[in-house]
Design a protein around this ligand. Structure first.
Ligand code: UD1
Ligand code: UDP
Length: 364
């Protein structure tokens, strides 16, 4: 009987990471079960990725929805425990650093099920970020640590993870980007959004920017100073939207706030932009490959390779307007370095490691 691998996904950033892994394992003698926890549920936060990226419809949707960290994580755990009891998977694959990721790792580890963590070892060293807690716990519990960058390998080594568990496989998010690049159409998105000429794109959703009213006030002022220089298109994540609007975010002619975009449209928008302001993890990586200047509005990044080998720069709210000025003056670079193994083949490498591990387990 073929071994059973369960993929646990749930939030927007999981889907472009899981797509190439599902496809590559689809070529292997393994049974796959795709779980969607329901952490994200709006069409533009979830279903659109399945349609556009050809991800199979989830076999199971746990429908957990939104809630506090404890409640959301607990609901995923409760439902997954029942599912794993029923299906007894040989391996669970988890992605990134969201609550669904850590919930699945906690359940699988207590049931003695092997865990593969895709995007292991990233560290911001900032324990005020919920994602950093999720990364640390998930990595500690995982049997296979599949990393996107050399710094991640080093972090895991420093934390005492046995070297044979760590596999530097590259970045599956970039597999998805490279596979779909021909479909990115900046002109089509520009006309859909209704903008002409040069523009910047912004995405903002981290608690560190949009949860505290003082931060929000500063953010609104900083973004208005950006919009004084160029029009800004902002596909706004639902988190913090109300707070930003209350603080007058929309009160500037240069700000075009729209709903989240589908993956293909979003990447089209980014591809044609003069630069990006963001607090997203994935967007730091995507701009690095597209060669679009990226200003990350955070005090740290768990993705330093996008600075050393990419187009990313960390900025503060009080320096943002000046940084945007220099991005607009410099224009896009003709050449830039890209991180090792961000080459479109991470999914295949992950499938190889997973299959080798399943074979070892079967022999043991
Ligand atoms: C989550 C991840 C974060 C990731 C982000 C990507 C955790 C701890 N955080 O944050 O790492 O960067 O997803 O997008 O897992 N909401 C909707 N519709 C949806 C989903 C959410 O309106 O489809 C609203 C709800 O009001 C919800 C809020 O957004 O309470 C936050 O959603 P949640 O999944 O808890 O966290 P994110 O901020 O999306
Ligand atoms: N994305 C999208 N539409 C949007 C914003 C983002 O398709 O309007 C995609 C993009 O590929 C990005 C991914 O969703 O890398 C995850 O982004 P998000 O900022 O939600 O999560 P993070 O990477 O910060 O955890």
């Amino acid at each position: 009987m073929a071994p059973l691998v369960v993929h646990v996904t749930g939030a927007r950033p999981n889907f472009p990471k899981a797509a190439p892994v599902l496809a590559a394992l689809g070529e292997q003698p393994v049974e796959q079960l795709l779980v969607h926890t329901g952490q994200h549920y709006d069409d533009k936060m979830s279903d659109v990725f399945f349609r556009q990226l050809g991800i199979p419809k989830p076999d199971v949707n746990l429908g957990v929805g939104s809630g506090s960290h404890g409640r959301q994580t607990a609901k995923v755990m409760e439902a997954l425990e029942e599912l794993f009891e029923d299906r007894r998977p040989d391996m669970v694959i988890v992605y990134g650093d969201v609550n669904s990721t850590v919930a699945a790792a906690l359940v699988a580890s207590k049931m003695g099920i092997a865990i593969a963590h895709v995007e292991a070892g990233l560290r911001s060293f900032d324990m005020t970020m919920p994602e950093e807690i999720n990364r640390l716990v998930t990595d500690r519990l995982s049997d296979l640590l599949l990393t996107t960058s050399v710094d991640a390998v080093a972090h895991l080594g420093n934390e005492g993870v046995a070297p044979e568990k760590i596999h530097f496989v590259g970045n599956p998010m970039i597999d998805t980007l490279l596979k779909n690049k021909e479909r990115f159409d900046p002109a089509a998105v520009r006309s859909e959004v209704g903008i002409e000429g040069d523009y910047l794109v912004a995405t903002l959703h981290r608690p560190g920017n949009v949860d505290d009213p003082d931060d929000v006030r500063e953010l609104v002022a900083a973004m208005h100073a950006v919009a004084d220089q160029a029009q800004v298109v902002i596909p706004l994540h639902p988190r913090g939207r109300a707070r930003l609007e209350e603080a007058g975010f929309l009160g500037h002619d240069g700000m075009r706030v729209i709903d989240p975009l589908g993956y293909i449209e979003f990447m089209g928008l980014i591809s044609g932009s003069a630069g990006v302001v963001t607090d997203s993890g994935g967007v730091q990586e995507e701009t690095t490959i597209l060669g679009v200047p990226c200003l990350t509005l955070r005090p740290n990044t768990e993705r330093p390779v996008t600075i050393t080998h990419g187009t990313n720069r960390l900025v503060r709210r009080d320096t943002l307007a000046d940084e945007v000025r220099s991005v607009l003056a410099a224009g896009r670079a003709a050449q830039w370095p890209t991180p090792p193994l961000w080459d479109g083949h991470a999914g295949e490498r992950i499938a190889q490691v997973v299959m080798a591990t399943l074979r070892e387990h079967a022999q043991a």
